[in-house]
Design a protein around this ligand. Structure first.
Ligand SMILES: Cc1ncc(C[n+]2csc(CCOP(=O)(O)OP(=O)(O)O)c2C)c(N)n1
Ligand SMILES: [Mg+2]
Length: 317
């Protein structure tokens, strides 16, 4: 792989991790409220999948800060959204789980597990209808593959040959439930096999993820229909800030952390460059926190703006 691309993947992973450390700190201090799901440990998966999926539309899970930043969204406005500020990417109305930016073709997370999957199917249907075949990619966790909407989506996407990449981030847990307690196998790709081709990848290896997603996008661009990619990952923290992670043994955590995707790429770059990129990432995140802290709260008079009622009144009148 091209050295510059490796450098970019490394930088974005470090940027993502610094972002998550800062988010954690500011959640603990009370600047951020609501739910917060950190992506620490899975940055290789998030960064590489977004960088590899050139153009196209992206729908994601609620564990989405790093995905959004890797897609090109300014960390300032992502952090401001977490702080609930009016300068946030969703104007402070969505918070951590609802980052939304059509200008980056990023339709963000969904608090409903698997809720983004049928939305992505609809988008892929529209894109095919419009003859735009860059494809749509939907990111979801292993837990989401147990829901009915997932199976319905596989079915209709395959029947209609939609340009859709199903990307499963399998970290083996849905909150504290091990996937093998609620599914008959560890690899969720088995569920998609009757409908479409499967690609499997080590989600802790950013370069491997990058190459696999490129292949998947190529497949949908050529009009063959949907494809399913399963990336095995491991998160280093609890499910969210309210999860103590007590269901994983210290031995399991040790194995998990030994697969750190940042360490893997560090070996490929010179030491002085690593230092420069780390310093740059820390500075960018420090500025993002300052931007978020100094931004105004949404105005109370805007509370009912952009609500369904307003639209409905418009339609009725
Ligand atoms: C429909 C629905 N059911 C249950 C929940 C509660 N819930 C939030 S996250 C989660 C686990 C999802 O796990 P997974 O899909 O594996 O994603 P991960 O967080 O591991 O990335 C559950 C059950 C929800 N938000 N929506
Ligand atoms: Mg999971």
């Amino acid at each position: 792989m091209d050295k510059l691309l490796i450098e970019e993947l490394y930088y974005l992973m470090v940027l993502g991790r610094e972002f998550e450390y800062a988010a954690k700190e500011h959640y603990m201090s009370g600047d951020i409220s609501g739910f917060l799901h950190l992506d620490i440990g899975q940055e290789g998966f998030s960064v590489a999948s977004m960088k590899a999926f050139a153009k196209g539309d992206v729908f994601t899970t609620y564990r989405e800060h790093v995905l959004a930043i890797a897609r090109g969204i300014d960390p300032n406005v992502v952090m401001a959204e977490l702080f609930g500020k009016v300068t946030g990417i969703s104007q402070g109305r969505g918070g951590s789980m609802h980052l939304f930016d059509p200008s980056h073709f990023f339709y963000g997370g969904d608090a409903i597990v698997g809720g983004q999957i049928p939305n992505a199917v609809g988008c892929a249907y529209a894109r095919k209808y419009q003859d735009q075949m860059d494809g749509v990619m939907v990111v979801f966790g292993d837990g989401a593959t147990n829901g009915g909407a997932f199976f319905e989506s596989l079915n209709i996407a395959s029947a209609q040959k939609l340009p859709l990449v199903f990307l499963c981030e399998n970290n083996r847990y849905a909150i504290g439930t091990n996937i093998t307690h609620v599914a008959p196998f560890e690899k969720q790709a088995h569920k998609a096999k009757p409908y479409m081709p499967i690609l499997e990848v080590d989600g802790m290896d950013a370069i491997a993820v990058y190459e696999t997603i490129q292949k998947a996008q190529q497949y949908v661009r050529e009009g063959h229909g949907p494809i399913f990619v399963e990336a095995m990952t491991c998160r280093f923290e609890g499910h969210s800030m309210s999860d103590a992670n007590s269901y994983r043994s210290s031995q399991e955590m040790e194995i998990c952390k030994s697969q750190d995707p940042i360490d893997k790429i560090t070996k490929k770059l010179p030491k002085d460059l690593i230092q420069t990129l780390q310093t740059k990432a820390q500075k960018v995140i420090q500025e993002a926190v300052e931007y978020a802290s100094n931004s105004p709260q949404p105005d109370i008079s805007d509370l009912t703006k952009h609500t369904f009622t307003e639209e409905l009144n418009h339609v009725v009148s």
